[in-house]
Design a protein around this ligand. Structure first.
Ligand SMILES: NC(=O)c1ccc[n+]([C@@H]2O[C@H](COP(=O)([O-])OP(=O)(O)OC[C@H]3O[C@@H](n4cnc5c(N)ncnc54)[C@H](O)[C@@H]3O)[C@@H](O)[C@H]2O)c1
Length: 387
């Protein structure tokens, strides 16, 4: 349960700086990361350098991500080591939002503030990271309460974090803002992960700028570890590998997080539908009819999502194969492992001077990379390089 509003206190400037000075939990994490990395065996050489991460958008995905980073032991980490880095190499150094219920609060409180509905998977003590205001010059999502809290000079705030990697976790449909955050990251010398569906990492002019600056940009639209799109692609790939001819399929997603509420806006819904449908169509080497998208928002579902799948296929003598299944998942948790892997892969790629937008990271972690990507092949290529 989230703490009551009354118990939350905005942190004033003096407290902020004393918290920073008095040393926060990140220091402990870095030491632990170093100790753990000494003990690891096999795979790529161990990397002892911390990966400094800034979060833009302290919503449901950020909540699961922060809980994953700050937890002692975490069940369900997919890849213990990627690019030579363990989970404990990640250090959160900054967080930005524009919702007054989050800005000015310690990250440990902001991740559980309304309207976030990600469960409390793990206790997060005071982090010393105070959520700072972001860019609010363009699109403002309807679920932001009251006036957005806007920064006068976001670029300077980001620079001060000295982040290696910026994770863009703002809602769908905020194209101009996602672009501006990418430009600010470029100026601040940070690599950029675009988890949102806005076309940013597929903007080749921008990619070239990151490349020239010796930085990395990846995206667009995070592919959850075991969400509707990955599941749909996986079943179709299996059916195709068994020689079954796929005729039609659909996927209807229903969820309760603010991102789902935001996505049922007609324009955003169509954008998201195009991306999901495109990613699923690409999995099969011939044309078939398919539709995949977010259908509705049900507030009491919390951060859970149910995806309904229907598939029609033919086999010998044109006999029918029909599949009717549903999948239930938690959105935030479903994003955690992929963000963790992508962030670590970026650090490795950067150390190898593979600047720009490394294709194998985009293919592995995103629904809309710059070229069609097959699920299994993308995983193999990613793992061959970073596993
Ligand atoms: N598994 C997944 O949940 C998943 C999968 C694929 C893609 N994504 C993408 O990840 C992003 C985050 O998803 P979420 O569920 O956490 O969304 P969310 O709505 O829970 O959180 C978004 C956060 O961004 C903040 N925000 C809004 N405008 C902002 C601005 N201008 N500057 C800074 N912060 C701003 C909001 O206040 C909120 O805290 C979305 O774009 C979503 O499409 C998520």
């Amino acid at each position: 349960m989230a703490k009551s509003k009354k118990s939350k206190k905005r942190i004033d400037r003096s407290k902020r700086s004393s918290r920073r000075k008095s040393g926060n939990r990140n220091v402990v994490i870095t030491k632990r990361a170093h100790k753990l990395s000494k003990n690891s065996k096999g795979g790529l050489p161990r990397e002892s350098k911390a990966i400094r991460v800034a979060l833009i958008g302290v919503g449901n995905v950020a909540s699961a991500f922060v809980q994953m980073i700050y937890a002692g032991d975490v069940k369900g980490i997919w890849h213990e080591r990627i690019g030579g880095y363990e989970r404990t190499a990640l250090k959160i150094v900054g967080a930005f939002d524009i919702d007054a219920r989050k800005v000015g609060y310690d990250l440990s409180e902001a991740i559980f503030a309304e309207p976030n509905v990600t469960p409390r998977f793990s206790e997060v003590g005071q982090t010393g990271i105070v959520v700072q205001p972001g860019i609010a010059n363009y699109e403002i999502p309807k679920h932001i309460a009251g006036a957005p809290v806007k920064s006068d000079d976001f670029g300077q705030l980001l620079k001060a974090c000295q982040a290696d990697v910026v994770l863009n976790l703002i809602p769908s449909g905020m194209h101009q803002t996602s672009y501006e955050y990418a430009v600010a990251s470029l100026m601040a010398g940070c690599s950029y992960v675009n988890a949102s569906p806005s076309s940013v990492a597929t903007d080749m002019a921008l990619v070239r700028k990151f490349e020239k600056a010796g930085l990395i940009i990846v995206g667009d639209d995070l592919l959850s570890q075991f969400g509707g799109t990955a599941f749909h692609k996986g079943i179709l790939d299996f059916m195709n590998s068994r020689g079954v001819h796929i005729e039609k399929s659909y996927q209807l997603d229903v969820g309760g997080g603010s991102e789902t509420l935001n996505t049922i806006n007609e324009e955003i819904k169509l954008d998201k539908r195009d991306i999901k449908t495109g990613s699923i169509s690409e999995e099969i080497p011939y044309k078939f009819e398919t539709v995949a998208g977010t259908t509705d928002y049900v507030d009491y579902m919390g951060n859970n999502r149910t995806s309904y799948f229907w598939i029609q296929a033919k086999t010998l003598f044109d006999s029918d194969i029909k599949i009717d299944v549903y999948l239930r998942t938690n959105d935030g948790a479903n994003a955690g492992n992929i963000l963790l892997d992508v962030t670590r892969a970026i650090s490795k790629a950067k150390s190898q001077k593979r600047y720009g937008s490394p294709q194998e990271i985009c293919d592995y972690g995103f629904k809309k990379p710059s070229r069609p990507a097959l699920l299994r092949k993308a995983h193999e290529e990613f793992f061959a390089r970073y596993g």
